[in-house]
Design a protein around this ligand. Structure first.
Ligand SMILES: Nc1ncnc2c1ncn2[C@@H]1O[C@H](COP(=O)(O)OP(=O)(O)OP(=O)(O)O)[C@@H](O)[C@H]1O
Ligand SMILES: [Mg+2]
Length: 234
């Protein structure tokens, strides 16, 4: 299933999804939102997922994350079988290999920027001191060292989204799924957050799938895939 390098050692992709089908029953009609989607993302690759509103981008991201079930098809994240795992197995794969960035930052309002970034590590039982140290490094990587003690309400929209990117990356996941991460930002802030995702992608080797319908967002990504009539085209 995976490709092989010349040495014969299998290449483990950040994401390998094949034959994803998802239908909704809409009264008497059956809507084929995803009708056989195949998608591979390599380590360090930034892929934009475009398509008109209602084309199924969010549905696909939820299935890739194991938060929704496909009717058929297979999803592997860093070689781990998401589609075949039970709820606990999926949660474990998500915690270990996956980060999310949403349109709304979903930061916890009563915690500082630093504590928000440290949260996924604390949830994975990393000792507090180590988690905060690693979170501080990550906040530095997104250029927010001097905002570490600010709560979300004391940050700008762009800063909040950069904190959300830091939080998604702090566990060193194989894959980040980002659903309209710049949807609530003005053009300058959107460009800044994107530039950041691009450079983190290169330096950390994380694969990123970024759903958007904003044409400005797709400039400078490694690859654009379009969701149309339930299928992906390049
Ligand atoms: N629970 C559901 N039951 C029935 N139909 C659904 C359900 N969830 C989503 N859909 C339909 O599936 C289609 C895809 O929705 P989805 O949210 O994935 O689109 P999207 O590409 O993310 O759109 P947007 O760009 O507006 O965020 C839509 O037509 C939607 O109405
Ligand atoms: Mg959507």
């Amino acid at each position: 299933m995976n490709e092989h390098r010349s040495g014969g050692e299998p290449v483990v992709h950040a994401l390998m999804a094949t034959g994803i089908v998802r239908r909704y029953q809409q009264g008497a009609a059956r809507v084929h939102v995803l009708d056989g989607v195949d998608l591979t993302i390599h380590a360090g690759e930034l892929v934009a997922l475009v398509g008109r509103s209602g084309s199924g981008k969010s549905t696909l991201l939820h299935i890739l994350a194991g938060l929704d079930d496909a009717d058929s098809g297979s999803v592997r994240i860093r070689g781990c079988d998401v589609s075949g795992a039970d709820q606990d197995g999926r949660a474990a794969i998500r915690n270990r290999h996956l980060g999310f960035v949403y349109q709304m930052h979903h930061l916890l309002p009563e915690f500082s920027a630093l504590e928000n970034v440290a949260m996924p590590l604390r949830l994975a039982d990393m000792p507090r001191r180590d988690a905060l140290a690693r979170a501080a490094d990550m906040l530095g990587a997104v250029g927010l060292t001097d905002r570490a003690t600010h709560r979300p309400a004391q940050l700008s929209g762009g800063e909040r989204q950069r904190v959300a990117v830091a939080r998604a990356l702090v566990t060193q996941p194989a894959l980040i799924l980002a659903d309209e991460p710049t949807g609530n930002l003005d053009a300058d802030n959107a460009a800044h957050v994107l530039e950041l995702m691009r450079s983190l992608c290169r330096t950390s080797g994380v694969g990123i799938l970024l759903a958007t319908h904003d044409a400005n967002v797709t400039a400078g990504v490694d690859r654009i895939v379009r969701l149309e009539n339930g299928r992906l085209t390049s």
